[in-house]
Design a protein around this ligand. Structure first.
Ligand SMILES: C[S@@+](CC[C@H](N)C(=O)[O-])C[C@H]1O[C@@H](n2cnc3c(N)ncnc32)[C@H](O)[C@@H]1O
Length: 327
């Protein structure tokens, strides 16, 4: 098995230059195998996991930049695909070691449930869906199903093309809708609701409605799991957008200077999208979840927002686990 993994990774690395010359494309199965290697080996001493995630990022960076340059007028999600690949998938659900541990322990609580249904809220790119499906598969759940939910059509149709209705033996159903409206799902529908930096994208006046929907849709004794950033005070939107330019440096395929500038410009444009409404303090978040019988917020890491006269504005990110009461 290990020899096969090594050969597979070497083969992808060897073929990358041909991707950059547009002589070949990698298959969806190749990408899915890279993601799975990352999840299977992240705890082991070899470097398979880090190699796999870097190769996946290199492929996705090239493919998403090509699409953006071709269209000339990319959508938010086209830019999001480039953004997440420049981040090597970090900043998506279960991509870092800590985030994998957190979401996989939530998934493993479903081991004794039959046909567990998991709602993935607002997944943006295939990284989140693929990571969640991999964790579920590795936890050997009994006939699990993910309902991948987003307000926008693009992530749903891209994921459908990428993996269809099954990924790593986990059934996937797609649903387009607004999570602030409650009619989408019946009460007590889900064994787990998972998301990542989602409340940050919900305007403040709608956050409570969304949280109440999450409470309603969860089965009793089930959890909502999420990572959220807390940004105290107001932020300088200009500096925030400009800081995204620095992501251009993470582009792996070969690029000349002017193309590098282009990547930086696209990322600055991504940073100007004003769908960023983070909580300003953790107490407010706790109050909004008061319907839940318990809420845990564990400090996960800090995230850089932008530089402020030679120092970085760093904000805390928390794992949020809310449990609905047993009835
Ligand atoms: C930044 S993404 C969240 C990041 C993603 N979970 C990840 O880990 O990569 C926010 C996503 O939520 C979706 N979204 C925003 N508001 C929504 C709403 N009211 N209902 C459903 N989806 C929504 C957006 O279309 C976008 O795809």
């Amino acid at each position: 098995m290990e020899e096969n993994v090594e050969k597979f990774l070497e083969g992808i690395e060897r073929d990358l230059p041909r991707l950059y010359l547009d002589e070949i494309v990698f298959s969806n199965e190749d990408e899915q195998r890279l993601a799975m290697i990352n999840h299977k080996f992240y705890k082991s001493r070899n470097c398979y996991a880090s190699n796999a995630i870097s190769l996946l990022a290199a492929i996705r960076q090239y493919v998403s930049l090509k699409k953006i340059n071709f269209s000339g007028n990319p959508s938010y999600h086209d830019l999001a695909n480039l953004y997440y690949s420049l981040m090597t998938g970090n900043s998506t659900l279960a991509n870092t070691r800590e985030s994998k541990n957190y979401y996989s322990s939530a998934v493993s609580t479903l081991k004794n449930r039959k046909n567990p249904k998991i709602l993935l809220l607002g997944f943006s790119t295939v990284y989140s869906l693929e990571n969640l499906a991999a964790l579920i598969h590795l936890s050997n759940l009994d006939n699990p199903k993910i309902i991948a939910f987003d307000i926008n059509k693009q992530p749903l149709s891209e994921a459908n093309v990428y993996c269809g209705t099954k990924l790593y033996n986990v059934e996937i159903e797609y649903e387009q809708g607004n999570a602030i409206l409650s009619e989408f799902f019946e009460a007590d529908s889900f064994d787990l609701i998972a998301t990542h930096l989602f409340l940050t994208h919900i305007p403040d006046e709608s956050k409570i409605r969304l949280i109440n929907n999450v409470h309603k849709w969860l089965k009793p004794n089930s959890k909502f799991v999420d990572d959220e950033i807390i940004v105290p005070g107001t932020i300088d939107r200009n500096k925030y957008a400009k800081y995204y330019r620095t992501l251009g440096r993470h582009y792996i395929p070969p690029l000349d200077h002017s193309s590098m500038e282009k990547v930086a410009n696209w990322m600055e444009k991504f940073g100007t999208y004003s769908i960023f409404f983070p909580y300003n303090d953790l107490d407010k978040l706790h109050r909004d979840f008061s319907k839940f019988s318990s809420l845990r917020s564990d400090h996960l890491r800090t995230r850089n927002i932008y530089s402020e006269s030679d120092s970085l504005l760093r904000c805390p990110v928390y794992n949020i686990t809310a449990t609905k009461m047993r009835t």
